[in-house]
Design a protein around this ligand. Structure first.
Ligand code: MN
Length: 285
């Protein structure tokens, strides 16, 4: 199943080129009181609500997808976990290009581990990337993004995929420079998630996917998730050995080679096989 969210918070099942409005499903989530939970409540109940999604979709109103403005399929991610240098060839290009590595030797993911991006940086494909610090280099990074569906503390890799609610295409927009990654990658709009969430039963094995990114129609990145240094199950095992992953948490699995600068006026087309394609416009903040 493919589940999308519009910029005015309609929830839909995506079938072919149609958005089937099943927003009524939100009435099934129990109301909440202060303090709000630090996880996404729709994602946490996705499995329970799955039959309701299917019932509603049979008779719900349909719109053409191209008429729908899409937000991030996860409304309230508690944390965005991100993997640095998780493709060998991207690590090599970063080490060779001082514009990416900023003079410092870049270490592999087994040495540096993971970092966090601010959840306030998340947008969907129909919202523009608003670049800050446009006098410096801002890059695109396409990343398979994993949405956690169940609380996961110290999960072993063999069980890890049972904690996944679904997958989406991610863009880890990155200001290059000497500051910490978490600062340079956390500006408002610097995490794009979309075009929708694809559940694991539909996607299958996340290690067999192809990623492709174009800027203004020119190919920039093309790679396969088979080349990840740490696979999706290994990333979940590693992340959950440090902190509990919660429903709606997102793991951005790292970008392959071919990163490059973007500027206001550009448009990015980002696609992952089995998930979909999203086109995102770039503007100045
Ligand atoms: Mn990245």
């Amino acid at each position: 199943m493919r589940i999308g969210r519009t910029m005015d918070d309609q929830i839909g099942v995506v079938e072919g080129d149609e958005f089937v409005d099943v927003t009524a499903v939100l009435a099934e989530i129990s109301p909440c009181t202060y303090p709000l939970p630090r996880y996404d409540r729709l994602i946490s109940e996705l499995e329970r609500l799955r039959p309701r999604f299917e019932d509603l979709a049979r008779t719900a109103p349909r719109r053409r997808l191209r008429d729908v403005r899409l937000a991030s399929p996860v409304a309230n991610p508690g944390k965005i976990v991100a993997a640095p240098a998780n493709y060998r060839r991207h690590l090599e290009e970063a080490r060779a290009d001082p514009g990416i590595s900023f003079g410092a030797q870049v270490a592999g993911i087994r040495e540096v581990g993971l970092f966090l991006k601010a959840s306030s940086s998340v947008i969907g494909p129909s919202q523009n990337i608003l670049l800050r610090n446009t006098d410096r280099r801002n890059d695109h990074e396409i990343e398979l993004s994993v949405v956690i569906g169940a609380e996961a503390d110290r999960v072993r890799r063999d069980d890890a995929l049972n904690c996944v609610a679904g997958y989406c295409v991610g863009l880890d927009i990155t200001l290059r420079g000497p500051e910490e990654r978490s600062l340079r990658k956390s500006a408002d709009t610097y995490s794009v998630l979309g075009p929708w969430l694809v559940t694991p039963d539909e996607l299958g094995d996340p290690s067999g996917l192809e990623l492709r990114l174009l800027v203004n129609g020119s190919p920039r990145q093309a790679a396969r998730t088979a080349d990840l240094v740490l696979s999706v199950p290994e990333l979940i095992e590693f992340a959950s050995s440090f902190y509990t992953l919660m429903p709606g948490d997102v793991i951005m699995t790292g970008t392959p080679e071919g990163v490059g600068p973007i500027a206001p006026g550009d448009h990015i087309e980002a696609a992952i096989s089995g998930i979909g394609t999203m086109t995102v416009h770039v503007a100045a903040a």
